[in-house]
Design a protein around this ligand. Structure first.
Ligand code: NAD
Length: 249
């Protein structure tokens, strides 16, 4: 029997990378899945695509309402949409701090706010937030990004506490460097992308990047009834980076 038979899921940022791998995995395991993304064009059946900008409350409310109507309910929210930011605190101005925090942190709050009334009607309600090892590790040249993911981590714990008695579980995954279009764009911007990729892989404990499918697997576990007694936790999917106390660069 499939783990997600009869369950209805919503995945933000589900048109690319980790979100897309998650949406496809949940659908393959029997869930009905709606993807919310700035650009849902790459989303194919059986996934349902909805255009939404998580930094715009009205857009989120409209898209969540439309997705829930189409799905006929909601059990699982994967809060995954996010953007990167590079540099020290001296490199990003206030406008950039507000922009990134608005997407990476408040975006998850907006989606949760729109989804919670529907999740309260589910017997298997789960929210999984895509966090990062940057939430708890001091990554150089990533002050804003790390601060945003630190907030996602705290938000996960606070929401888990607020909603545990409503039967809504809230957890997060902490990926290391995952091989997605996002990392592809960063490598493409390097002088020698192949050499940069080789150096990045060499810094991983496993000698390779984490795959989007591996992060999706962890998200699926935390979203599924198999993890029914787990809430307020983070699951590292980082090839051993944190557990082995190695410093990513
Ligand atoms: P990606 O760029 O491949 O995909 C991100 C998706 O989010 C895109 O489809 C994009 O259109 C969508 N998106 C961006 N801003 C949005 C907005 N305002 N509203 C709606 N959708 C929006 O990136 P990815 O690597 O798959 O990253 C997904 C998540 O994983 C992010 O939260 C990121 O912080 C986190 N993460 C990634 C890595 C990594 O190494 N790739 C590591 C740790 C955490």
């Amino acid at each position: 029997m499939s783990d997600f038979e009869g369950l209805k899921a919503l995945v933000t940022g589900g048109a690319s990378g980790i979100g897309r791998a998650t949406a496809e995995l949940l659908a393959a395991r029997g869930a009905q899945v709606a993807v919310l993304d700035l650009d849902p064009a790459p989303v194919d059946k059986p996934l349902l695509g909805f255009r939404a900008d998580v930094s715009d409350d009205a857009s989120v409310r409209e898209a969540v309402a439309a997705a829930v109507t189409e799905l006929g309910g909601l059990d699982i929210v994967v809060n995954n949409a996010g953007v990167g930011a590079q540099g020290t605190v001296e490199d990003n101005d206030d406008a950039e701090w507000h922009r990134v925090l608005d997407i990476n942190v408040v975006g998850m709050v907006r989606v949760a706010r729109a989804a919670l009334p529907h999740l309260r009607r589910s017997q298997h309600a789960a929210i999984v937030n895509t966090c990062s090892i940057g939430a708890t590790a001091g990554l150089p040249q990533r002050a804003l990004y790390c601060a945003s993911k630190g907030a996602v981590y705290s938000l996960t714990l606070a929401m888990a506490a607020d909603h545990v008695r409503e039967g809504i579980r809230v957890n997060c995954v902490n990926p290391g460097t995952a091989d997605t279009p996002w990392i592809g764009r960063l490598l493409d911007a390097a002088d020698d992308p192949a050499a940069e990729r080789a150096a990045l892989e060499a810094r991983q404990p496993t000698g390779r990047l984490v795959s989007a499918a591996e992060v999706a697997g962890a998200i699926a576990y935390l979203a599924s009834p198999l993890s029914g007694a787990t809430t307020g936790t983070s699951l590292a999917v980082d090839g051993g980076m944190q557990g082995l106390r190695l410093r990513p660069v």
